[in-house]
Write a protein that binds this ligand. Sequence first.
Ligand SMILES: [Zn+2]
Length: 146
Amino acid sequence: MKYWGYLLLKLVAAAGVMFFVWAAIVASFRGAFENPLYGQKPFGHDLGFTTAMLLYFLACFGVLHLVIWDQRYRCRTCLRRLRMPVSRGSWPNMLLIGQPRTEYICLYGHGTLKVPEVRITTKSPDWEHHDDDIWKELESLEESKR
Ligand SMILES: [Zn+2]
């Protein structure tokens, strides 16, 4: 819930920033709005305003992409950025050790994100939540050696 709330908060903040950018564009083209020659809104009639709106539209998509890209690489529990990318797998040995992927971990041990190198389907990257007891895995390794 915290993860999705943070995404929603970032989207609202980005929308607020982009609203001010839109207001600044409209304010800077105030002359085009007051020109009686057009008789209509300047979008599609004034080249400068239409170009500015095109760039604004592209900037909105860029900001949306950045927000979603940033959210993907955050820990689902503590919202910190995932670190320590490790390449795993191999194409020649795919049947033995799996297809190539990059694994990111949370520094506080909350989980691992496995991002496949090639995404053929729309399946999202695999998040694997770890146990709260980080020593459990090490103890099981010790027991397996005996
Ligand atoms: Zn974490």
